[in-house]
Design a protein around this ligand. Structure first.
Ligand code: WTA
Length: 635
């Protein structure tokens, strides 16, 4: 037996040991007993972290949608698969059963086929959090098309860069989207983006806001009439375990986003197995993850992981503050949510509000609370634990990444004793290592270093779309033979892990990964800007906010500076999206640079955090005098 559902601590240790000593037997058993394969694998794992090449369940054949939908039809056909809670609380929620989901996924799959989409083609999905979004992912998977979901808060430039990078031929979007009291014209953003995307031949448009949109002759089609004519059954494409399932972009430390490629078999097994255990999901539970499906958390823990377990998964279109700050708690009460998974930034924003917003709702259905996306600070942890969980629902602080596909370090609720701000223990099968800067592994407890993983796990990304070299450079070169996460972590006296934050040029703002390079590239496009450097500084709701140091071509009059600040944020919004706007912009005459021309960000980070003491060793700077100049006019 594979111990699919771990229920106590001894069992965790026993299963963990097995997963590390005999990984192939362990994952082979999980895969065999709990999933539907059209053909079994020839071997469970082959790997080499130097090339790097990792293959799980090689030779196996399957379709992930048969696992997420078809196989539940006999036993759970009338069970709700998806609950849709609209932005507007006056609009009725929708309950979509597994049988209905099957029909809708098949219809969209048939429409995609009619539009000429074939196995291996890339389809871009740019949709708000409406049922069609989940259905679109699954419809692509049904026919073996590779989906590339772009978060619907990204700008037209960000959209077109990503569409072109993976050469998508079709885009699924909507007329508009609702977010709180605002509505956004998504289709107009798509139209603008597609001016630079000659490869896109078809745009399918979902009607959501009923706003007037321009429809380009021959390219744009309303989706509903096509769905109405489509057959409600679609034979699933048989995929190899290592065929790509999707591409999802994440920021890197160079300007170009990285299209992480996830494959089918291993990703399915890993997301399903982690979901089951990390949320202790049992039949009839209602599970809600507040993430957007535009991020990995939504892919793995709104769509694939829950559905592979036959779960009821809730998706919410809106924002926590609309119509007021009780909305999340109102939804928990209304749908009797049992597992609730959100981000520290949301917790901090909600904890700042009057406590009555949370207290006026019945939260007694909650059993497990999850946190993801950034370190959760002590204060937020306690508020979540006390006010929301009433000290009876364990908090699972889950550390993982777009690249890892699924949760990597986490407590198992009711199994692992929790500790505030600690992600605690590695999940089954995960072998973390902490490395010092010289590349030596720090053994034993009470050590702090760079967080690496020593052994493959089924959910890991296999490459970066179109750029395997970059995949190797970014993740497998800093510490040869290991996967390097880009995060720092410490291991306490009992072996619990605490994530301390990024050690590279990625900054996590409100749980979103932002690379400094793409933001700097955008700012530098402003005609008045000569150079810029972005760093993060602590922010009490967002976790980190962005601070920009900008050198102007001509220093100009300071009364112009406020206008320039607006223009710089406008450029960032156009190139990336409003999530990357800077909170503070300081104009400066120079930046601290080493002799090799590298900006010494450590110093800028200290200044941005108002930590003006001891700037450390500045002897390698070409222009050490600039440090005082910048300090003196810090914001
Ligand atoms: C950060 C999100 C501390 C981390 C699933 C990681 C966390 C990056 C945690 C990945 C956590 C995620 N505690 N930090 N529980 N979870 N992070 O790719 O820096 O959007 O490298 O994936 O978020 O962000 P991504």
């Amino acid at each position: 037996m594979s111990n699919y559902h771990i229920k106590h601590l001894e069992e965790y240790y026993q299963v963990y040991r097995k997963s590390v000593r005999e990984p192939e037997n362990f994952w082979g058993e999980v895969a065999e007993e709990h999933f539907m394969w059209r053909k079994k694998w020839d071997n469970v794992l082959s790997w080499d972290f130097n090339t790097p090449e990792v293959k799980w369940f090689q030779g196996a054949q399957l379709n992930i949608t048969e696992n997420c939908i078809d196989r539940h039809l006999l036993t759970r056909g009338d069970k709700t698969a998806l609950i849709f809670e609209p932005n507007n609380p006056e609009e009725a929620a929708q309950h979509i059963t597994y049988r209905q989901l099957h029909a809708r996924v098949c219809q969209l799959a048939n429409v995609l086929k009619d539009q000429g989409v074939k196995k291996g083609d890339r389809v871009c999905i740019y949709l708000p959090m409406i049922p069609e979004l989940s259905i679109a992912l699954l419809a692509c998977a049904r026919i073996g098309a590779i989906h590339s979901v772009i978060f619907a808060g990204f700008s037209s430039t960000a959209l077109s860069t990503r569409i072109n990078d993976s050469d998508c031929k079709l885009v699924i979007t909507s007329d508009g989207s609702y977010r709180g009291s605002k509505s956004i014209d998504l289709k107009a953003i798509v139209d603008e983006g597609l001016e630079d995307c000659p490869g896109v031949k078809t745009v399918l448009v979902v009607k959501r806001t009923n706003t007037a949109v321009a429809m380009k002759e021959g390219r744009d089609k309303w989706l509903q009439p096509l769905l109405d004519k489509a057959y409600q059954d679609c034979v699933p494409e048989i995929m190899n375990a290592e065929d790509p399932l999707f591409i999802l972009y994440t920021s890197g430390s160079t300007g170009k986003p990285k299209g992480m490629v996830h494959t089918t078999g291993g990703y399915m097994v890993y997301t399903a197995y982690t979901f089951k255990n990390v949320f202790q999901y049992t039949e009839n539970d209602v599970y809600w993850c507040t993430a957007d499906i535009g991020w990995i958390t939504g892919h793995s823990y709104i769509v694939y992981g829950p559905l592979a377990n036959g779960a009821t998964t809730l998706m919410f279109e809106g924002v926590p503050s609309y119509p007021d700050y009780s909305r999340f708690w109102e939804i928990v009460e209304k749908h009797k949510v049992n597992q609730f998974y959100t981000a520290p930034t949301a917790i901090r924003a909600l904890a700042k509000q009057n406590i009555s917003f949370a207290e006026k709702h019945d939260l007694s259905s909650l059993k497990v609370l999850g946190s993801v996306g950034e370190p959760i600070n002590e204060e937020a942890w306690h508020w979540y634990n006390d006010v929301i969980g009433k000290k009876k629902s364990p908090i699972v602080d889950t550390w993982w990444q777009t690249e890892t596909g699924g949760i990597m370090i986490t407590p198992i609720p009711f199994v692992t004793p929790t500790k505030p701000t600690y992600a605690t223990l590695p999940f089954i099968g995960i072998q973390p290592a902490l490395m010092d800067e010289k590349g030596i592994e720090l053994k034993g407890n009470q050590v702090e270093g760079r967080l690496c993983i020593k052994f493959p796990w089924p959910g890991m990304a296999r490459t970066i779309w179109g750029n395997h070299e970059r995949y190797k450079d970014t993740y497998f070169s800093a510490f040869p033979g290991m996967y390097f996460s880009g995060d720092g972590a410490l291991r306490d006296e009992v072996g619990y892990y605490r994530i301390t934050g990024r050690v590279d040029d990625v900054i996590i703002v409100s749980g979103h990964n932002l690379g400094t390079a793409p933001i700097e590239d955008a700012i530098n496009e402003h005609p008045a800007v000569a150079e810029s450097a972005i760093v993060g500084f602590p922010h009490d709701i967002k976790g980190n906010a962005l601070y920009g140091f900008v050198i102007l071509k001509e220093s100009g009059e300071s009364r112009m500076h406020d206008n320039l600040r607006k223009e710089i944020n406008q450029i960032i919004t156009e190139h990336i999206g409003p999530i990357a706007k800077l909170d503070k912009i300081q104009f400066t005459s120079g930046l601290p640079k080493t002799r090799s021309g590298k900006i010494m960000r450590r110093i800028l980070r200290k200044i941005a955090s108002k930590d003006m003491s001891n700037m450390g060793d500045t002897s390698t700077l070409l222009n050490p005098e600039i440090v005082d100049v910048i300090k003196d006019s810090a914001l």
